[in-house]
Design a protein around this ligand. Structure first.
Ligand code: G3P
Ligand code: MG
Length: 243
């Protein structure tokens, strides 16, 4: 199955315009013409997959400094994840993965699901998220599962071998990234678009699969990345890059 990745993917929804990893963020991305979004999934204490980036509640909720892995879904449901962003989003809930998938299907959008497990929950986060997706998602040309965690991608390969996987790499690229990518049969290499060098891009291109670059909000930088052979960017301001 060929991946139909667009040139720009809305990062955490459209994170410059609406609170990240929320349903209003996905709707905002849709409203500005975005075809695919990326968001992060992790598990509550009681194994409910939710959209959330950080390991703790402090930055993006009204819940003080608590670990997500210590909170049940009932407790997460009592928090709100909009007021930190701006007054207009007060009360915006933390969505479940199921709610977000429902919305993507309604809006006919593609998804890059980043498995962002709390420490030591790599395998279970992947298993729960993929199990849920398997009940809803049919179009595997418009679904990419990615992670910085090799064990999460190994679990994805084991549980859903035919689904496409993206290997996320941090900027200190390991020398053996190519072996890791081959081992994981990665369909994409997802790199830091703000720090990557021309020589590094050249070496990623030798792998022969699309290169995706996070998180690019600068038009000149995006142009440069595309000229170097990058296939797609993740952006908080995706409308800047939609023709
Ligand atoms: O998947 C691309 C990007 O989201 C990776 O970094 O920290 O924004 O999840 P982060
Ligand atoms: Mg992410």
């Amino acid at each position: 199955m060929t991946l139909n990745i667009p040139r720009v993917i809305g990062h955490r929804g459209a994170a410059s315009y609406a609170p990240e990893n929320t349903l209003i963020g996905i709707r905002t991305a849709y409203d500005i013409g975005v075809d695919w979004v990326e968001f992060d999934v992790k598990l509550t204490k009681d194994y409910i997959p939710i959209l959330f980036h950080d390991d703790t509640t402090s930055r993006t909720t009204n819940g003080g400094d608590q670990k997500i892995s210590d909170l049940t879904y009932a407790e997460i449901k009592d928090l709100e994840a909009g007021s930190w962003f701006s007054e207009g989003f007060i009360g915006e809930p933390i969505p479940t993965l199921e709610e977000a998938i429902d919305l993507l299907i309604e809006l006919d959008m593609g998804l890059n699901l980043e498995i962002k497990p709390c420490p030591s929950r790599e395998v279970e986060t992947t298993e729960v998220a993929l199990d849920l997706l398997s009940h809803y998602w049919d179009d595997h040309g418009r679904l990419l599962i990615s992670s910085f965690q090799i064990s999460a991608l190994e679990t994805a390969m084991d549980r859903a071998p035919d689904w496409q996987r993206g290997l996320l790499l941090k900027e200190d690229y390991p020398e053996n990234w190519g072996e890791i990518a081959k081992h994981l049969k990665a369909s994409t290499i997802n790199i830091n678009g703000n720090t990557v060098t021309e020589a590094e891009i050249y070496s990623f291109i030798q792998y022969g699969q699309p290169i995706l670059a996070y998180t690019v909000n600068d038009e000149e930088r995006a142009d440069w990345l595309f000229r170097q052979g990058v296939s797609a960017i993740f952006s908080d301001t995706p409308d800047l890059f939609i023709d």
